[in-house]
Design a binder for this molecule. Structure first.
Ligand code: NAP
Length: 241
């Protein structure tokens, strides 16, 4: 996998899956802009390990996304963007608060929309690029207690298919990667009984390591996937097969 000379943005690159993606892209030769919102120390550590730069920006805001696009432009353009930043605010629908709905939609869907918009402008100049949106099996299959999260991820998948059709002639590919359960803070915050039940439902009988998600992202970022666009890649140990 060769990404030498490529400039990449990873939103939410400070922790979890985004951290592993940042490290893997850098290992393949990319210069990585490691975005974070709150975890400054973690992000700077990733930037040091990757030789990239940490950029604070809240992707739920227009200004935050523009700051990331500007950082890439200052480096010479943009080849790869991984829209990974995401949050959950779980709860059953009858009791879901408006703010839990809005926060999840604005971060997961709104952030991805704004980053795709900015990235496509920069990538059109280069007539090349790869956009990878991190969705979730929860958006593919649904999950009780995650109506806001599932809606945000399913919407990103729909947006990805349409954007792939808009940008294909410009040689810009747009794909999603839908992880199942991955060993990160997002999952360790869940009820252990839910995780035990999930493991039983996964044919491989274990959660994914963040590096196993990052490896597929690298493939989608690289020319090895040069004829792949508009797809949602499910990486879930066979759970939804
Ligand atoms: P995580 O460990 O909770 O990390 C979330 C990352 O997103 C952090 O780097 C965080 O940055 C960043 N972030 C959150 N809100 C942000 C904002 N407004 N602006 C910029 N960055 C923001 O989550 P994860 O498990 O690695 O999940 C990464 C992605 O994979 C998410 O999109 C998630 O929905 C998806 N996913 C995860 C799983 C799983 O099992 N873990 C499964 C399916 C899909 P700060 O800490 O700096 O705020």
């Amino acid at each position: 996998m060769d990404l030498s000379g490529k400039i990449a943005i990873v939103t939410g690159g400070s922790r979890g899956i985004g951290r592993a993606i940042s490290l893997a892209l850098a290992e393949a030769g990319a210069k990585v802009i490691v975005n974070y919102n709150q975890s400054a120390e973690a992000a700077h550590e990733v930037a040091e390990l990757t030789g990239g730069q940490a950029v604070q920006a809240d992707v739920s805001t227009t200004e935050g996304c523009q700051a990331l696009i500007d950082a890439a432009e200052a480096l010479g353009g943009l080849d790869v963007v991984v829209n990974n930043a995401g949050i959950t605010r779980d709860g059953l629908m009858p009791r879901m608060r408006d703010e839990d709905w809005t926060a999840v939609l604005e971060t997961n869907l709104g952030g991805t929309f704004r980053m795709c918009r900015g990235a496509s402008m920069l990538m059109m100049r280069k007539r090349k690029g790869s956009i990878i949106n991190i969705t979730s099996v929860s958006g593919v299959r649904g999950n009780a207690g995650q109506t806001n999260y599932s809606a945000s991820k399913a919407a990103v998948a729909g947006m990805t298919r349409s954007l792939a059709k808009e940008l294909a002639r410009r040689n810009i590919r747009v794909n999603c990667l839908a992880p199942g359960f991955v060993e990160t803070d997002m999952v360790t915050a869940m009820d252990p009984r839910v995780i035990d039940a999930a493991k039983k439902a996964i044919p491989m009988r274990r959660l994914a390591r963040p590096e196993e998600i990052a490896a597929v992202v690298c493939f989608l970022a690289s020319d090895l996937s040069s004829y792949v666009t508009g797809q949602e890649w499910v990486v879930d140990g066979g759970m939804s097969a």
